[in-house]
Design a protein around this ligand. Structure first.
Ligand code: FES
Length: 352
């Protein structure tokens, strides 16, 4: 059998190597990392846009694991040689990063990427950001970009949390004095003096924004549904962009067999119907290429040659031609039977 499909990734997988320069613990289980180029395999960091993510890859417990993390750094900070990302302990890689990675360690990361960015000429000159809890990282990056002038918009940021202690980076936000960024702190209850009490609403939006605006939101489906209901029919909001959520496991006890063609070899591994094909390959220690993990980048683009599958409906971004040809993104595809698949190899991974 001949496999001809390749992923959309560059030949080196878009890899960079960064050294952890600083670790800041906000509270147990939540840390911010400052990364610099390691100076050996990577001399200078690739440019970043506000709202981009990087994918971090590490070997954890015998599995080669990749996850995407949004950047809190700005384009100018990246240009000056640092990326900043905040990681919450949850799942295998984030737990490893929070519990075990320390200053001086070297990590493999992707180049910054992602479509959750301002589009000049298409988006309004004013941007409304709505951040729910940990969703502040990409919004912070966008606010910094407005403040430093690397992006050409003005921004009103609604930073919405349940409890006031969740206002991370308040010192950075309060230090923005250019007049291009307005920050509105919102707490569900027991609001301190500097914050609005309640949640983001249409009334709250118009208390602070009275011009045409493009809305960017980051923080999860519950927040996105709320925003869509609140702003239905609101003519001043000319467009909305929602940051992609991670692909989650589903409830399903079935077990299947997955035959993986990778780097000229065939591996037969078990796969759970509850997890994506990518997670099954990671669990088996196979070096399959991935980056965004939400069906967006195409790095993991693979060919199914046998078996049935389903694709997470929120993350199916394949062209109709790819759908017709049985091309899938394993990062958001679940098995529905035993399967056979041909996948691109991560160039930095060892073939086992
Ligand atoms: S890793 Fe980006 S599409 Fe699968």
């Amino acid at each position: 059998m001949k496999y001809t499909d390749v992923s959309l990734a560059p030949a080196d997988g878009g890899k960079q190597f960064v050294r952890v320069q600083r670790v800041i613990e906000h509270f147990p289980g939540l840390r911010t990392f400052v990364f610099r180029a390691d100076g050996e395999r990577t001399k200078t960091l690739a440019p970043q846009r506000a709202g981009n993510y990087i994918a971090i890859t590490a070997d954890v417990g015998g599995s080669r694991v990749t996850r995407a993390y949004t950047l809190a750094s700005s384009p100018k900070e990246a240009e000056s040689g640092i990326y900043i990302s905040t990681v919450k302990k949850a799942g295998i890689l984030s737990s490893y990063l929070v519990d075990e990675v320390k200053e001086g360690d070297v990590l493999e990361v992707s180049r910054p990427a992602g479509r959750f960015v301002y589009e000049r000429g298409k988006d309004c000159a004013h941007v409304t950001g709505v951040a729910g809890g940990a969703g502040i990282t990409s919004m912070l990056s966008m606010a910094k970009a407005a403040e430093e002038g690397s992006e050409n918009y003005r921004m009103t940021l609604f930073f919405c949390v349940k409890n006031a202690y969740e206002f991370l980076f308040r010192d950075v936000l309060d230090g923005m004095k250019s007049g291009r960024v307005q920050v509105v702190y919102v707490v569900e209850s027991d609001a301190p003096d500097f914050a609005e009490s309640g949640v983001f609403t249409r009334e709250l939006l118009h208390k602070y924004v009275n011009e045409a605006t493009t809305l960017f939101a980051c923080g999860g489906n519950e927040l996105y549904g709320h925003i869509l209901r609140e702003l239905a029919g609101d003519g001043s909001v000319r467009g909305m962009k929602f940051s992609q959520n991670s692909v989650t496991d589903r409830e399903d006890d079935r077990m299947f067999s997955l035959s993986v063609h990778l780097a000229g070899r065939e591996y037969v591994i078990p796969t759970r119907a509850s997890e994506t094909l990518m997670v099954a390959m990671e669990r088996a220690g196979l070096g399959a290429l991935s980056q965004c993990r939400v069906g967006e980048c195409g790095f993991c683009r693979s060919t199914v040659t046998a078996g049935r599958y389903s694709v997470h409906p929120e993350h199916d971004e394949r062209s109709s031609e790819d759908v017709r040809r049985g091309i899938v993104h394993p990062c958001c595809t679940y098995p529905e039977s035993d399967m056979e698949i041909s996948v691109p190899q991560d160039p930095a991974a060892e073939v086992i």
